[in-house]
Design a protein around this ligand. Structure first.
Ligand SMILES: NC(=O)c1ccc[n+]([C@@H]2O[C@H](COP(=O)([O-])OP(=O)(O)OC[C@H]3O[C@@H](n4cnc5c(N)ncnc54)[C@H](O)[C@@H]3O)[C@@H](O)[C@H]2O)c1
Length: 384
């Protein structure tokens, strides 16, 4: 079992990682000075009932009164409408300013529960209990919360939200047993991203560990899986701690480095694809699958811009493939359409794209306004 400290200017808190931690949720929250009278749980409908019951028992066991909202997660309903409904339910439950929201679920639920916590009575504490691999290694840590917006019929990812750090994160790796294979593999996309950034966070060996341990992790062996989760959180913690609000100048990289693959990925995730050209069920892709495809585009862009040598793309593509993630997106519209969607991404500044590319083993950098033709060529690598 590991404990990672997240130190940001707005808040310091602990992330606990281990198998079976859920039973200690109440006592760990108490130890972290979370001391509400009442707790409102915001629960992902995909989490098995016995897991939710374990969390609820642990919270009730330390004497807290519970109320609960359920969320069926989807990107379409990761919306202000759902947040409005949740705020009404929290208010209806009578939560006071000193009370606490506990999110139990994947990244969609934690993004919305954190946003609800940031807004309810101008901010209440929240505890995050991530139950997907992706939310453990990424979404639960760092305080970015929010929802998608629908504008002119298009979904804009994470366009409204707040930085609102949790008071505590409990990543019980046992909860991953019930996660379906596709969602489990989706989480590995963010792990590959972190491995490509490891040297920025003092873990240059993370890529070698990820490659060597992949088979064990895919078998969900507790030891290697726990180590993977912990080392990934440490990478995110180090990068977020230095630049909580993503304000570092482009040259420094900062938190923006964590967007590796995401500007391409968000476009792939939200674009209207021709599903008839892909195997059944391929579209819509999961967030993690989109990030994997986006990371491949970003790596190819790095090769084309010569920030890394030829051959880097082949190595990353092999790893993505071994992780069981897609390396091409059949039915993806042409690169012009993808680039058009990328321009709407909130990481664009002054109309200029800011993209993250690999620049060495475990290292990435920001490129501002890369030549259009080169970006279009980079997108081509994920078109079959
Ligand atoms: N805030 C951040 O820093 C950050 C970082 C990365 C991703 N995100 C966001 O996270 C979201 C993706 O999160 P995700 O990959 O967890 O997807 P998700 O929230 O859609 O969850 C995936 C699926 O797994 C189910 N599920 C959850 N826990 C389960 C369990 N223990 N057993 C069985 N099924 C379970 C859910 O019901 C859902 O159907 C995206 O919206 C993305 O934008 C946020």
């Amino acid at each position: 079992m590991g404990q990672i400290r997240i130190d940001t200017p707005s808040r310091s808190y602990a992330v606990h990682v281990g198998a079976g931690l859920l039973a200690d949720l109440g006592s760990l929250a108490r130890a972290a000075n979370v001391a509400p009278g009442r707790v409102h749980m915001i629960v992902d409908a995909g989490v098995p009932g016995e897991v939710v019951a374990r969390a609820a028992d642990a919270l009730a066991g330390v004497g807290w009164r519970l109320s609960r909202s359920n969320v069926v997660p989807s990107e379409a309903d990761k919306s202000l409408q759902t947040v409005h409904r949740l705020l009404q339910e929290v208010a209806g439950a009578g939560l006071e300013r000193s009370d606490v929201i506990v999110a139990v679920g994947g990244g969609i639920v934690s993004d919305m529960a954190g946003f609800v916590a940031s807004a309810y009575r101008r901010g209440v504490s929240w505890v995050c209990v991530p139950t997907t691999l992706l939310s453990m290694v990424d979404a639960s840590v760092g305080g970015k919360t929010g929802v998608n917006l629908r504008v002119g019929g298009q979904l804009y990812k994470n366009m409204a939200g707040a930085f609102w750090q949790p008071a505590l994160v409990i990543a019980d790796t046992e909860t991953l047993t019930s996660l379906d294979e596709r969602e489990f593999r989706s989480g590995l996309a963010e792990c590959i991203k972190h491995a490509m950034l490891g040297a920025h966070a003092g873990d240059a060996g993370l890529m070698a560990f990820t490659r060597a341990g992949l088979a064990d992790v895919l078998d969900r062996r507790p030891g290697p899986l726990g180590e993977l989760v912990e080392r990934n959180i440490r990478v995110k913690a180090a990068i977020v701690g230095d630049d909580e609000r993503e304000l570092a100048p482009s040259e420094a990289g900062g938190r923006a480095l964590l967007n590796l693959g995401h500007t391409f990925g968000h476009a792939i995730e939200t674009i209207d694809a021709d599903a008839s050209k892909a195997p059944s069920g391929f579209w819509p892709v999961t967030h993690g699958e989109a990030v994997a495809l986006g990371t491949l585009c970003a790596t190819r862009l790095g090769e084309l811009l010569k920030t890394v040598g030829e051959g880097t793309f082949d190595q990353v593509r092999a790893l993505v493939g071994h992780a069981g993630l897609p390396t091409t997106a059949p039915g993806l519209p042409g690169p012009e359409a993808v680039l058009e969607r990328m321009a709407h991404d909130k990481k664009a500044q002054g109309g200029k794209l800011r993209l993250i590319v690999p620049s060495g083993p475990g290292l990435c950098r920001v490129v501002v306004d890369p030549p259009r033709e080169v970006v279009l060529r980079a997108i081509e690598v994920v078109r079959p």
